[in-house]
Ligand binder design. Sequence first.
Ligand code: NAI
Length: 355
Amino acid sequence: MRIAFFELEGWEKGPINARLGRGNQITCISGPLNDGNIAQVRDAEVLGLFIYSRLDAKRLAKLPKLKMVATFSTGFDHIDVAECTRRGIAVANVPTYGSHTVAEHTMALMLSLAKKIILCAERTRAGDFSIEGLRTFDLADKNLGMIGFGRIGSQAARMARALSMKVWVYDPYADDNLLDLLRCQRARTLDELLAKADVVTLHAPLTPQTEHIINKATISKMKKGVIIINTARGGLIDTQALVEGLDSGHVGGAGLDVLEEETAIKEERQLAAPEFAASVNMKTLVANHRLLNKHMNVIITPHNAFNSHEALRRILDTSMDNIEAYVRGKTANAVNGKELAGKKRKARAKKKNKR
Ligand code: NAI
């Protein structure tokens, strides 16, 4: 098979060639798929790519032999899956690659804030070993309010329990057995959780129901001095409301791996372009800058929670599993598996009726 990969890092080429090189023709392109390089992979039957390779209907039309796409990510909104299904192309993702990786980052942010690690390290780096203004607080016996108790949330809960924290969970679909096993409590309402929590941590997906779940009204229901941690998606927090909460001192600190409009922060050079300015919320960008520059009790990491050596190796291994399964005539982690099977069933029935 002709298999083309985009957005690979150098270290990934060895394992790919070792596992898929035999009997297949492999092409590796280091950047993302774009209109300039798509002709180079015109005959590809399988594509391996990451989230910066947009695969829309227009591009799919330029890949007439394509039969399978393996995205090296959990999310697949960069791929027009409906159009892939229409064309009979299987799309496979990496449903999970180590929830503990993101849970560990969550703990790192929470511990860094509680123990003032960044302030301490900055001071000693400047040769100052005084401890004035560096008093910390204990996490043991404090209430951790968790919104979302899925793969990552439950791992974070396990770790927080090991720190002797009391964990309160707000998640309509939380597994009762797992809650019992980890000795976590279910909050009956979001308000109950917000009123109890010394630290609020977010582990829910971004949906219309969860967008800005942390806003002016919900922040006002939290304890004074609350710490807010977000390693899920930036859109869960109304950034302006968070900045106001920090300005007034109602919010005691924030640890954020994700921000609203975070792509815009990464691509600030584009800000001068009028079409770009129209596509982002400038107010949010300004609020992000206040978070980044003004508050010493805010720690921001650049959407790095997933970026461990081990997680990346697992992403590569699962993506190769997905491709290998396809090459052997099977499917693994196909996000449109049901739709494709339905399509095949219909085609078979149509053929039978004709006979
Ligand atoms: P998951 O699907 O296993 O768990 C999400 C949980 O949120 C589910 O239990 C669900 O019932 C719950 N939930 C949904 N709507 C809710 C609501 N309205 N209120 C309360 N709970 C609600 O997802 P997983 O793998 O634990 O991921 C959680 C988040 O972490 C996702 O947003 C994901 O995109 C993000 N993430 C961030 C990474 C990073 O590098 N910062 C890396 C990987 C994931």
